[in-house]
Design a protein around this ligand. Structure first.
Ligand code: ATP
Ligand code: MG
Length: 568
């Protein structure tokens, strides 16, 4: 492809609206333009890369037994009401009304429609297992569209749905999908980490996320090198360092003027924060709940929400706290009754804690559980931290940031039971079909790849997903000899199967080199008058700073060698 014929305009200035490297570089490299918040046109370079990612995904999905279909984005809202997900998605669901006043939605995901398709097809166990997938545009009215393609409101997703006769079948399909995902990201040239993920309130169901490590990522994961444990912080368990032990001393009330925080309390009393207790007051679907947890540990609200099985969880406000008899700055489980009392497992060890007294300017010291206060239940609702022990007892957790690019999830029978999708088993009995769902954010993968692979000059595309693997630059393109040699090399590379962006523009060397660094195609070849005289061309990998010279007759094999270095 000749640069003079390509829809491409690079931008030198930093776009002011860009928040992360991929957002900034994709705008500067002329890969996309913004149409509305979180809505973009993918220009030719970006689309080429997207098509390569899609191709790898298709090959692996097909190899894993998936069948491709294509479902509509536009769907009747009725389908969403039936499963209760119009409420669950809330304002994230794009809603519209057709000319006959019928409610419609733009689908953020496709469980409803795909389950109906399976329902019409599946009669008996002989029709199972079945895995259907599509690569399709999704719509989510995200509260904070962010960072270009990382969090769009219109984006491309590969979504797959599996239908099995029972949990064993689902497990086999699930493992096959995990393997396919590992293959996909490896073949894209993108290292990802597979982590245990939150599976929501339905509970007990397996769920894994594929996270691409990147500083700009929104997800925090906890990893243990020794044990191989890896989990999203939303879900991670850990072993916290123990609190000081000792014989229980008599509980006493202490004056703590002006002390309203755990840090302040620990300082004031000269005890470690691990020897304090805090009490956090929540509203869960209108019910009030008090969570008592060790002072140095934070409540994990996702774990708490799953534990309570509620759909809405928030901190109680001052009025609600007061109504329950709590004093802000001194909230306490001691002497508290009439609300649901939950304690995190962290309070089960240690002795002689400092805790609130539900009185302004006062705290209790030497509080011991269960001697001095009672709870209704204990559970793991703590946020795991870097430095905590791995939950399997084998090593220490490290934290890292990353971007969720894929998610696999055992759905179970929620959709098939709600929509009445059953099959006849070997004994002629009706049973609900068991489902799994598997997503990859195709456009997010492209953005994440750039987050992971760039430097101050521009993108550094991994070869398998580069819009073009080769960037051929003719210096002094008006020199007839250069032009002739570069034209010939362009044809040679294309016919050898290397898609080549051929910079045949009349721009200066500086402009061409800067653009090449910005676009980040993996291999750069320079044809110049000086090198031509010696019968060589210059070859440079974008990832490396040094160029090498290759005889003009051996360019394709040099390109093959350079590209092979990008494989994982
Ligand atoms: P997130 O937690 O980032 O909002 P999610 O868990 O809601 O994502 P899923 O429903 O699991 O997303 O969707 C499957 C995949 O689709 C995700 O793993 C991600 O790669 C991609 N994806 C989700 N939301 C977006 C978005 N707004 N823009 C781009 N890709 C997205
Ligand atoms: Mg997800």
């Amino acid at each position: 492809m000749r640069a003079t014929q390509l829809l491409l305009r690079t931008i030198r200035d930093e776009p002011s609206e860009a928040e992360t490297a991929s957002h900034r570089l994709m705008l500067r490299a002329g890969m996309m333009t913004q149409v509305a918040a979180g809505v973009y046109s993918y220009l030719p370079l970006a689309l080429r890369s997207i098509r390569k990612i899609e191709r790898i995904i298709r090959e692996e999905m097909n190899a894993a037994g998936g069948q491709e279909l294509l479902m509509p984005a536009l769907q009747p809202i009725e389908a969403w009401r039936q499963t209760g997900r119009d409420a669950a998605f809330g304002a994230n669901l794009f809603r519209l009304t057709d000319r006959r006043d019928r409610g419609m939605a733009l689908a953020p995901t496709h469980e409803e429609v795909v389950t109906a398709i399976a329902g019409a097809h599946v009669e008996s166990y002989r029709d199972l297992p079945l895995t259907l997938y599509q690569i399709q545009t999704k719509f989510r009215d995200e509260p904070r569209p962010r960072a270009g393609l990382l969090r769009g409101r219109e984006f491309s997703m590969k979504d797959a749905y599996s239908f099995d006769a029972g949990p064993e079948g689902l497990d086999a399909t699930y493992q096959r999908m995990r393997t396919a995902y590992r293959n996909i990201f490896r073949r894209c040239g993108l290292p990802t980490i597979e982590v245990e993920a939150d599976s929501g309130a339905i509970g007990g169901k397996d769920s894994h996320e594929f996270i691409m490590p990147a500083q700009s990522g929104e997800d925090v994961i906890l990893l243990c090198e020794e044990s191989g444990y890896a989990a999203n912080v939303e879900r991670a368990a850990s072993i916290i360092p123990p609190a000081p032990e000792g014989d229980p001393l008599p509980m006493t009330l202490a004056d703590t003027p002006g002390v309203t925080t755990i840090a302040g309390l620990a300082d004031f009393l000269g005890v470690p924060q691990s020897q304090t207790l805090k009490a956090v007051f929540y509203q869960a679907d209108g019910e009030t709940a008090l969570v008592t947890i060790r002072g140095d540990v934070e409540v994990n609200e996702i774990k708490l929400k799953n534990y309570l099985g509620c759909s809405d969880l928030r901190l109680a406000n001052a009025e609600e706290a007061a109504a329950a008899g709590l004093t802000p700055g001194s909230t306490s489980p001691v002497g508290l009754d009439g609300v649901r009392r939950i304690a995190d497992n962290s309070i089960l060890q240690g002795a002689n804690f400092a805790a609130g007294a539900n009185q302004p300017g006062k705290h209790y010291v030497n509080v011991n559980y269960p001697r001095d206060f009672q709870v209704d239940e204990t559970a793991d609702v703590a946020t795991a931290r870097e430095g905590d022990g791995s939950p399997d007892g084998k090593g220490v957790l490290k934290a890292a940031r990353g971007i969720e690019v894929g998610h696999v999830f055992k759905l179970g029978t929620f959709f098939t039971e709600t929509l009445g999708v059953q099959y006849l088993d070997e004994h002629g009995e009706r049973r609900p079909v068991v489902m799994g769902c598997y997503g990859i954010g195709v456009t997010r993968v492209l953005a994440a790849a750039i987050e992971q692979n760039h430097d101050e000059k521009g993108v550094i595309f991994p070869a398998p997903i580069a819009p073009f693997p080769v960037h051929l630059i003719a210096l002094n393109a008006s020199d007839p000899q250069v032009r002739e040699a570069a034209d010939a090399l362009h044809e040679e590379l294309e016919s050898a199967g290397y898609e080549t962006l051929y910079d045949d523009r009349g721009e200066s060397a500086g402009v061409k080199f800067n653009d090449a660094d910005l676009l980040g195609l993996p291999v750069r070849i320079v044809v110049s008058p000086r090198n031509l005289k010696q019968g060589v061309v210059e070859i440079k990998r974008r990832r490396e700073s040094d160029a090498t010279l290759a005889p003009a007759g051996a360019v394709t094999s040099a390109v093959a060698d350079a590209l092979a270095k990008d494989e994982l």
